[in-house]
Design a protein around this ligand. Structure first.
Ligand SMILES: [Zn+2]
Length: 86
């Protein structure tokens, strides 16, 4: 058995669909609001070829471009931050 739990309240996800991340709509909305309040919307230009590569890379791991780019940039900045502190 996997030990998945709600991303908001950490209640074990029993009898939930395999890709469910939250125990309830209440928790899903709560987490989404927290994310919205703690983030900013960014818009920038990208060469078309890079946009296609980005879209395909995200698609290949079944993520939205938004989620994929978020993880990519966050990982990059986390590494940079770690390097600065050494
Ligand atoms: Zn929950």
């Amino acid at each position: 058995m996997s030990e998945r739990s709600c991303a908001n309240c950490h209640t074990p996800l029993i009898n939930k669909r395999s890709h469910a991340k939250y125990c309830s709509d209440r928790c899903r909305v709560k987490q989404w609001r927290a994310y919205r309040e703690d983030s900013v919307h960014v818009s920038f230009r990208l060469p078309v070829a890079h946009h296609i590569d980005l879209f395909l890379a995200a698609y290949s791991v079944k993520q939205t471009v938004d989620t994929y780019l978020n993880k990519l940039v966050s990982n990059h900045l986390d590494k940079k931050h770690l390097a600065c502190n050494q």
